[in-house]
Design a protein around this ligand. Structure first.
Ligand code: DX5
Ligand code: ZN
Length: 216
């Protein structure tokens, strides 16, 4: 089954609890949580205390996307406050194999993300251990950007590596997905699809989620 993972980056932060409840009621499968440090990416979102406080608003899995330098310093704290999946960037960790194994040892699913400019080949070995791969289809840092077209090929490449390995790995696509391209993203091989602005636009979360799911 293809899972839809709304990104709360596009939510109204003054009422984040309510927004998460709405996502849950509207049929979201996973809550995608973008953590930005103003260093790895040119933007700052929010951090640990916010994630801790919103945990009580839903039982849906929390998919924490760490767009930060030295993610290994923080994964234990995110695991403790209720992350179910933690994604770290290939580009931000010198010892990514170690950190992925560390995340798994904390009882959390471990994911590795790559920026648009990073080729999928760097993931081949890591796919032996990662539970999920994240193909960034925009340059990370901001919501509402345009989907980068060459990402379809990258999704297909990852799908073919996963098939060859025979591992039931999650393939997440993050950035610029909307009702017009979601089917193509799914058909390329994605099974977890992130959507921020497409879920929150015009304030009608329920209708937007229905539309996205219906367009797959
Ligand atoms: C980008 C974030 C994405 C983003 C998706 O840095 O990692 O998760 O919020 O938002 P949209 O769907 O608006 O591109
Ligand atoms: Zn993200």
């Amino acid at each position: 089954m293809i899972k839809l993972a709304p990104s709360i980056l596009a939510a109204d932060f003054s009422k984040l609890g309510e927004e998460i409840k709405k996502l849950d009621e509207a049929g979201a499968d996973i809550i995608h949580i973008d953590i930005m440090d103003g260093n790895f990416v040119p933007n700052i979102s929010f951090g640990l205390p916010v994630v801790r406080d919103i945990r009580k608003y839903t039982k849906l899995p929390f998919d924490v996307h760490l767009m930060i330098e030295e993610p290994s310093k923080y994964v234990e704290q995110f695991a403790k406050i209720g992350a179910d999946i933690i994604s770290i960037h290939y580009e931000s960790d010198k010892h990514i194999d170690r950190t992925l194994n560390y995340i798994k040892s904390l009882g959390v699913k471990a994911a590795v993300a790559i920026n648009p400019g990073t080729p999928t080949t760097v993931l081949r070995d890591l796919m032996n251990i990662a539970d999920m791969v994240v193909i960034m289809s925009v340059n990370p840092g901001f919501g509402g950007q345009k989907y980068i077209d060459y990402s379809y090929d990258k999704i297909r490449e990852i799908k073919s590596y996963a098939d060859k390995l025979g591992r039931d790995i999650l393939i997440e696509v993050d950035g610029g997905v909307d009702k017009d391209n979601i089917k193509k993203v799914k058909d390329a091989g994605a099974n977890v699809i992130v959507a921020g602005s497409a879920v929150f636009k015009n304030g009608d979360i329920k209708k937007n989620i229905e539309l996205l799911k219906g367009s797959m």
